[in-house]
Design a protein around this ligand. Structure first.
Ligand code: ASP
Ligand code: MG
Length: 630
């Protein structure tokens, strides 16, 4: 039995005509032989309007009342959509989140789903109705209405698809929106961005966490965890969109599948941190405790027993971050400073695990544009850099005494970031057709048909058991811990913080065909950066020599050091960044053993740390234990 979950976003339901269009899509899917569940967002800008209404009353609304208010937006949509389907002569029944037992934790406005009881949905679809479900909302253990965070309807849709899969259905989830699919980058910034036919869950997770705002990251986590095939497609056409599916071998043929820009993050530097076990744990455990999701973390090697930890958080969490860390900073005798406006530019691709020269190409493109890189972190399948932005320049369009128009502000934001994004997109030739983006890939055809996901519980006979398995559905999934004891580290201290220096270093290293794995760059002293990267141990002497040769030519004050005795540990899984507890567990376990962390790198699907090689095996064992892996 097949269920299609169709999710319609706010813009796809913005008026009666669009609601009818959505209803027609649902009816057509039903006539094609599927059971259909429709998940809807609030119409148009309803959620923003509701937030504005609250702001007219109070600057600090209670989170519980906000959820009560915001949930009404989706309730309007379900009723109208159900009526529209009925108008087309089909049966439809609407449900709020609480009505179908979407149970969440009690974190209002950012709630996480704990379980879904699919009974009412199943009853409805089996009775021949199209079930119309409110996205974004649930009920907490106290019986109060909760919401899942902005954009949370995607998460509802995929979570419901996952739950129906566990209840015995073959599922697919279609996310209808106002774009044709997932592009190699934001087409508003780079007009020749290309639509992709298929992308892997991990690639999409990295893209989504980097500001490719097509989908809510958490929804992709669910899709990966429960193996739900997703398609992002346009609600105004019948064109096939982009499939988001498990990684296929052809996907690793390209070093980079897409790039993204984000400019809603703030960068903080914790300087003068004692370089001893447990310090990062204290910092990130405190932030996890305050539900602050830390994005990039770059801990540099440091000198004289002191290290610097650079990290980024969402601008919205900046004040909370500073407040949370103030006592710890004082206690450590460190300083916490926040840097000016930054943009983050990232490249993503499953092929970069094995293909060398990716960093080199990226930094060369940035250097050619004169873009200065303030911080670098790498993940398993991504490289992210922070670039400094100018404060927003005034524009002739501004009317004195009036607030700057939103559209004008947008256009002025991230000027360097946009330039950097265009340069990187061009450098990797992302506008050109390739497999999975305009050219048929093995066994897929251009429209990429994913293999159907087999039902798990045949016939859904054992519903109770299926429901039980959904307990803690948003709990993080750590799938493995790996130790790479064959790495060594090169560190450049006091590299002048001017455009092009990283590019020169990586060009030199890439010339030797050396595969650079982890890269961390952090600003240390004023005008100085520290750059560390890992290379296979056998390549260390060559990498050191090449690095020395090039940095000598940059500045006589640079020092290059090598450390052959390091090991890199990776924790792989999903939601590493959004689930603030992963870093906490990881750093906590290492701290408890007195294992010092020399470098840290984070991404959505991977957290990597560098430790002393002699303690690599021990660290591996303790992380396996901490994450309860066999
Ligand atoms: N209506 C909510 C929002 O605007 C949820 C969603 O659209 O997914 O954030
Ligand atoms: Mg919305």
């Amino acid at each position: 039995m097949r269920v299609v979950v169709q999710k319609f976003g706010g813009s796809s339901l913005k008026d009666a005509e669009r609601v009818m269009e959505a209803a027609r899509k649902a009816v057509r899917a039903k006539h094609a032989g599927s059971r259909v569940v429709v998940v809807v967002s609030a119409q148009g800008s309803t959620t923003d309007d509701l937030i504005a209404k609250a702001a007219e009353i109070t600057a600090a609304p209670s989170a519980r009342e906000m959820d009560m208010l915001l949930a009404t937006g989706e309730q309007v949509s379900i009723a109208l959509t159900a009526m529209a389907i009925q108008e087309l002569g089909e049966r439809a029944v609407s449900f709020t989140g609480p009505q179908v037992g979407i149970v969440t934790d009690t974190t209002h406005r950012k709630a996480r789903i704990k379980s879904i009881d699919t009974r009412r949905l199943v009853e409805a679809v089996e009775a021949g109705s199209i079930a119309v479900l409110a996205g974004f909302q649930g009920v907490d253990e106290l019986g109060d209405i909760s919401t899942l965070g902005r954009g949370g309807s995607d998460t509802t849709a995929v979570a419901v698809a996952a739950a129906l899969k566990l209840a015995g259905y073959e599922v697919a989830c279609e996310i209808f929106t106002d774009v044709d699919g997932v592009y190699t980058t934001d087409p508003r910034v780079v007009p020749d961005a290309r639509k992709m036919d298929a992308i892997s869950y991990d690639e999409m997770l990295e893209m989504a966490s980097m500001g490719a705002g097509v989908m809510h990251s958490r929804s992709i986590e669910f899709a990966k965890k429960y193996d739900v095939p997703l398609m992002v497609r346009n609600s105004r056409s019948d064109a096939v969109g982009t499939w988001i599916v498990p990684e296929a071998p052809w996907m690793t043929e390209f070093p980079v599948c897409g790039c993204a820009l984000a400019h809603d993050e703030a960068r903080l530097v914790l300087d003068g941190v004692p370089d001893r076990p447990g310090v990062s744990h204290r910092v990130f455990a405190a932030l996890a405790g305050a539900s602050v999701a830390v994005d990039m973390i770059a801990q540099s090697v440091g000198t004289g027993g002191k290290a610097a930890i650079g990290f980024t958080v969402l601008n919205a969490d900046l004040e909370k971050t500073k407040k949370t860390l103030a006592p710890i900073v004082a206690d450590l005798g460190a300083t916490l400073s926040e840097t000016g406006k930054v943009s983050k530019v990232s490249v993503v691709g499953a092929g970069m695990r094995t293909l060398s020269g990716v960093a080199e190409k990226m930094f060369r493109a940035l250097a050619a544009e004169g873009v200065n890189v303030k911080m670098i972190t790498t993940g398993d399948i991504k490289i992210s850099v922070l670039v400094e932005e100018d404060a927003e320049p005034p524009s002739s369009e501004d009317v004195p005494g009036e607030p700057v128009k939103k559209a004008h502000l947008e256009a002025r934001r991230a000027v360097r970031g946009r330039k950097a994004l265009r340069a990187v997109h061009a450098a990797f030739g992302l506008a050109n057709p390739r497999k999975g983006a305009g050219v048929p890939a093995d066994g897929t055809g251009n429209g990429f048909t994913p293999r159907p996901t087999p039902a798990v519980v045949p016939g859904a006979a054992d519903r109770e058991a299926a429901i039980a398995r959904l307990g803690g559905m948003e709990d993080v999934l750590v799938s493995g811990v790996h130790l790479d004891a064959a790495q060594s580290r090169v560190t450049v201290h006091d590299l002048p913080d001017t455009p092009g220096n990283c590019s020169r270093v990586f060009t030199a290293v890439a010339t030797g065909g050396i595969l650079v794995d982890m890269i961390v760059q952090n600003l240390t002293g004023p005008g100085r950066a520290e750059l560390s990267f890992t290379v296979p141990r056998a390549d260390l002497p060559r990498a050191l020599q090449q690095t020395k040769d090039v940095v000598c030519g940059i500045d006589a004050g640079c020092r290059v050091a090598g450390d052959a005795d390091v090991a890199v540990l990776y924790v792989l899984g999903v939601g590493m960044r959004t689930h603030t507890g992963v870093a906490r567990t990881m750093f906590g376990a290492l701290a408890a053993r007195g294992i010092n962390i020399a470098m840290i790198n984070t991404s959505e699907v991977c957290v990597g740390v560098v430790v002393e090689r002699a303690r690599g095996e021990e660290a591996l064992g303790c992380l396996r234990q901490a994450f309860k892996l066999a």
